[in-house]
Design a protein around this ligand. Structure first.
Ligand code: HEM
Length: 460
């Protein structure tokens, strides 16, 4: 069923299967970028057997789909493709539309305003500092540090402290994040054959069930306790547990559980994924590494990092933007067309799947010079303005625009500056910049790191 038949480009015809298939097999993401580039920004019709989505890549079309006519391009959480996702996080804020979505978005949004997030910075800096302290010992004894493990712990500690008011312990949060990772892998066979009934066992089913159980064992007792004793605390769990109704029906424990799990997932996984690219990038681009270390030494010194440092970490921010351009965690944003309409030169029929991908557009030669090169200078304050807002949209856009964007842009510099003010970080092995597709986009290889403590005894 999933054989690729042809790739239709705009109205100009199709890329023959014999040309498309080897490219898709070698590197599916780069193949998508290639098809979009070759179509000159026109809509690309992909054909994977019965699954025939439209890839929309031109910034003007993206603005139309995500923002201007968002009501016509909905997240179809009911579709077959979403079924395994729904079994993990139900109809949560990340998947839903309509009143179910707007109710959750309305209660969560006040937690993520710029003003509120600013107040979280000091707490985040302390939590990150504590989590990084644990690395002093492996650094001193020159032991390898597993990048994924270290980042998971740092991000969980920061997130649980400021967003979840420590209602979930860091070890439990790390277990939940690992279980979510298991779910993302275990659901792949089901995604490949979405029509297979659940009565027929498939590889991954058991791991999937066990992971859901692990998550429920952690979150359900906390949710029940918080529902029993509602409070005004501005953390995610207390906020979601306050009584409210959707379409006249009281929000259920299951719905709260789904939103809580979705928020744990999105507030940790995306940040870990983006930062996991930093180590291979710094190894591959020593000039970038040199400038980054210089800036952090100058601004933060021996630390600890202060809130006022963040605005001065201008190059760090440029590096982050370039990481988000080349390795956007939310690499695929699927939508379903409600009514048919013409986009550019292509007619999109009602019910069609429309794929929008920050990864694709942000690597197209039509919108970026030398798109494959990691060059933070593109984001220098003095660089020419980009032509279109939607040529760079790692946080999506329109009504579903990421709630955590501002938080990420404060949390990530805190993590980078805390780590690099204390250690020079070297990769054990070669820098591999090949992405592995999953719930988010991570390097194919999980890096093993050597941390060399910074000797500041000679600092003037
Ligand atoms: C680098 C980090 C992140 C990236 C690249 C990212 C990306 C995105 C994207 C592309 C969307 C749009 C999805 C769609 O249109 O269907 C989105 C939505 C969302 N993000 Fe993020 N995100 C990041 C971090 C975060 C964090 C830290 C949080 C929470 C603390 C968060 C919470 C959300 C929520 C709740 C939504 C759903 C909004 C809605 O549908 O109304 N994200 N994110």
């Amino acid at each position: 069923m999933s054989a690729i038949q042809d790739v239709r480009v705009g109205t100009a015809g199709s890329v023959p299967l014999r040309r498309a298939l080897p490219r898709l097999l070698r590197s599916p993401l780069d193949a998508l970028v290639g098809f979009a580039d070759e179509a000159g920004g026109e809509v690309v019709r992909l054909s994977f057997g019965t699954f025939r989505p439209y890839l929309v890549a031109h910034p003007e079309h993206l603005q139309h789909v995500l923002r201007d006519n968002a009501a016509n391009y909905v997240r179809d959480g009911k579709g077959l493709l979403w079924r395994p996702v729904r079994r993990a996080v139900g109809d949560a804020i990340l998947v839903a539309e309509g009143p179910r979505w707007s109710s959750s978005r309305d209660v969560l949004q006040p937690l993520f305003t710029a003003k509120r997030v600013e107040t979280l910075v000091d707490g985040m800096a302390v939590a990150i500092g504590e989590a990084v302290d644990v690395l002093n010992e492996p650094a001193r004894t020159e032991q390898a540090v597993d990048a994924n493990e270290a980042l998971s712990r740092i991000v969980c500690q920061a997130t649980m402290r400021v967003l979840f008011a420590d209602k979930i312990s860091v070890p439990d949060a790390v277990r939940v994040v690992a279980a979510l990772g298991t779910i993302a892998t275990a659901m792949v066979p089901r995604l490949l054959v979405p029509f297979m009934p659940y009565a027929i066992p498939m590889p991954g089913d058991r791991a999937f069930r066990d992971a859901v159980q692990t998550i429920d064992d952690v979150v359900l007792p906390i949710i029940r306790e918080t529902m029993r004793q509602p409070s005004d605390s501005p953390d995610i769990i207390s906020t979601l547990c306050r009584p409210r109704s959707v379409d006249g029906q009281e929000v259920t424990e299951q719905q709260i559980r789904d939103d809580v799990v979705a928020m744990i997932s999105t507030s940790t996984e995306t940040t870990i994924a983006v930062l996991s690219w930093l180590w291979p990038v710094l190894e591959r681009y020593p000039d970038v590494a040199g400038r980054l270390y210089d800036e952090i030494d100058r601004v933060v010194g021996a630390g600890p990092i202060q809130r006022s440092h963040i605005a001065e970490l201008q190059y760090t921010r440029m590096v982050l933007d370039e990481l988000l351009r080349l390795y956007p965690a939310g690499w695929m944003i699927p939508r379903t067309a409600v009514a048919s309409e013409t986009l550019g030169r292509t007619r999109i029929p009602s019910g069609a799947t429309v794929l929008v991908s920050p990864y694709v557009t942000q690597r197209m030669a039509a919108f970026w010079d030398d798109p494959e090169i990691f060059d933070p200078e593109r984001f220098a304050p003095t660089a020419p303005r980009r032509q279109h807002r939607y040529s760079f949209f790692p946080f999506g856009g329109g009504p579903h625009q990421c709630l955590g964007q501002y938080l990420f842009l404060l949390e990530a510099p805190l993590i980078i500056a805390t780590l690099l003010s204390r250690f020079r970080i070297q990769l054990r092995g070669n820098a591999d910049l090949t992405p592995r597709m999953g719930a988010s986009l991570r390097p194919r290889q999980n890096a093993q790191l050597t941390l060399v403590p910074v000797d500041r005894s000679h600092a003037g």
